[in-house]
Every structure is written in structure tokens, then in C-alpha cells.
Design a protein around this ligand. Structure first.
Ligand code: GLU
Length: 301
């Protein structure tokens, strides 16, 4: 990003339930980061998972953001702005176009493995729960221009044995090896659902996003995404991955931590109290006290 470009950030929640403090933390930090520099902020609804996404959750996300005072210049359910639609389930034709481009490289292939096949053949060292695809359906020689894109199955992207390095604005220098750490990954599922990795890259690129701030659970995804940016000829944004908030028992917050869900937080607090919790967790203020967004925006805080 050149120095005189207006920063563009975004919040890209999945409407699979009520947000919790961790989601709000990412939203507030991203909003502050661009607003402090006079930048723009986009709200994109990532509802690609048809089983888990519900319109009522998306409505609550908007309501929770508004309650906190976080405003967006583009996006949301009313698809305001020049780069819409901002609801991923309405961007099917756009993703199709970019998948076509990737298929034309010869580095995609059709995969007919079931989940059980993948579990049975995954590399044995993946003990942290991450599944690295073994390459069972991969053609022997890549690029392969014989793959029939209309054949049934998921569409996977072949990844080379290559290090992807990037300087994360918060997490520092990163290096992931695509083959070892990610493996060939899915661009479109066998049931036709678009993958998060493809959709997020296409959307962030077309929406002009210059800064992606989100939780550090997505650090590895950033490497996959940088690779897709390169294949599609887009300039990647700057990445900023926030440390994950944990609950009293040291576990990462999830939608099951009811006391920190926005429902409970809104019942028991005012917006400035919740902003204070977030600002304290971020180390912006030294104790949790009520704080207004306007205070957080001032450079002295
Ligand atoms: N939709 C993703 C989530 O809610 C976030 C994606 C992103 O920020 O890149 O986890």
C-alpha cells in the first residue's frame, strides 16, 4: 500500500451465532486501526456455510456493532456501496469467474475423497487437528490441463513446496511452507459451496481492502491467501493478526462461552463498559473502565 492511500479495513463475520467478546475485539481493533488514520471500514457477511449461517444472526451482528457505535462505510445486509453485494451468498458468479482463472492455470484438480478417506490418508504428524491433504486425487504431473472442471467432486488447488513469508503488523515475521503446513486446499466443495479461502481473497481484493485485522487463528490462512493473491494477480493487503482472547480457564473464547456472548454483555453492561473490556484486553488502557469510542480514537490513548 502506498503511503497516501486511504486505509480500508473490514470486518467479515460468519453469521453462525451471536458474537462474543473475541469477535467484538477484532471488530473494534480493526475499526480503530483504520478510523484513526481517516480510513474506510467495510462490513462483509461471510455466510458461505449454508448449514450454519442464518439471516437472523447477521441482523444481530449489525445490531451489536451499532450498539457499540461501530459504523461502516460499505456493506452490511443492505449492500451499501460500490463493491457489492457484500453478502457472500450473493457473490456466486464472481467466485465462479475467479475459479475459472485458477482452473486455467492447470494447478487445480477434482478430488472425490470423502472425509473418511482424508482422515485415513492424512500425514501422521498432524497431531494438532489440522488436516493436511495427502494428495491422493492429485494428478501425477502438475500443471495438468486434462482435468475436467465439470467432473463431480471438490476442486482443490495444488500447492508447491514453497515458503510464504510475510511481515504481520501485530504477530511479526511469519513463514509457512505451503506443502508442509497447508497442503493442497479446497477452492470449492463437492456440494458447490465456495471455500472461505477463495471467497475471502476475491472479496478483499475486489473491495479494495488494504488491511486485514482478525484473530491469530487465521495466521496460517494468510499464507494460503497470499498464494491465491499471487495466482490471481492481486496485490495482497497488510495482515494484522490479534492475539486470541481466552476465558478464565485459559481456553480460546467460543460461541459457547455464554457469559461473554453479546447477549449477556448487553444485558449487564453499557457500550462503554464493553469497549473498556476490549480496550483493556488490547492493552490500550491499563484497567477495564468505561471508555467511549471517541476517547479510543484520540492519539493519546
Ligand atoms: N468469516 C471469518 C470468521 O468469522 C473471518 C474471516 C476473516 O476475517 O478473514 O471467522
Amino acid at each position: 500500500m502506498s503511503d497516501n492511500q486511504v486505509p480500508v479495513g473490514r470486518f467479515a463475520p460468519s453469521p453462525s451465532g451471536r458474537m462474543h467478546l473475541g469477535n467484538i475485539y477484532a471488530a473494534v481493533m480493526s475499526w480503530l486501526s483504520v478510523r484513526r488514520r481517516g480510513g474506510r471500514w467495510i462490513l462483509r457477511i461471510e455466510d458461505l456455510d449454508p448449514q450454519r449461517s442464518k439471516p437472523e444472526h447477521a441482523l444481530m451482528i449489525e445490531d451489536d456493532l451499532q450498539w457499540l457505535g461501530l459504523d461502516w462505510d460499505e456493506g452490511g445486509l443492505d449492500n451499501r456501496g460500490p463493491h457489492g453485494p457484500y453478502v457472500q451468498s450473493r457473490r456466486h458468479d464472481i467466485y465462479r469467474q475467479y475459479l475459472d482463472r485458477l482452473e486455467a492455470t492447470g494447478f487445480t484438480y477434482k478430488c472425490r475423497c470423502t472425509r473418511a478417506d482424508i482422515m485415513a490418508t492424512q500425514a501422521p504428524h498432524q497431531s494438532d487437528g489440522r488436516i493436511i491433504y495427502s494428495g491422493r486425487c492429485r494428478p501425477a504431473v502438475m500443471p495438468c490441463h486434462d482435468t475436467d472442471p465439470s467432473a463431480p467432486g471438490a476442486t482443490r488447488l495444488y500447492v508447491p513446496d514453497r515458503d510464504i513469508k510475510f511481515d504481520d503488523l501485530l504477530a511479526g515475521p511469519q513463514c509457512f511452507n505451503l506443502a508442509r503446513d497447508c497442503g493442497d486446499f479446497i477452492l470449492r466443495r463437492a456440494d458447490g459451496a465456495w471455500s472461505y479461502q477463495l471467497a475471502v481473497v476475491v472479496d478483499d481484493a475486489l473491495m479494495g481492502v488494504t488491511e486485514v485485522m482478525r484473530g491469530s487463528d487465521l495466521l496460517l490462512s494468510a499464507a494460503q491467501q497470499i498464494y491465491l493473491y499471487e495466482l490471481l494477480g492481486f496485490e495482497p493487503p497488510r495482515f494484522a493478526h490479534l492475539p486470541l482472547l481466552t476465558n478464565e480457564t485459559g481456553q480460546r473464547l467460543s460461541k459457547r462461552d455464554n457469559s461473554l456472548s453479546m447477549e449477556a454483555l448487553r444485558q449487564n453492561n453499557r457500550p462503554e463498559d464493553v469497549l473498556g473490556m476490549v480496550a483493556h484486553a488490547a492493552g490500550i488502557i491499563d484497567r477495564a473502565r468505561p471508555v467511549a469510542l471517541s476517547e479510543l480514537l484520540s492519539p493519546g490513548v
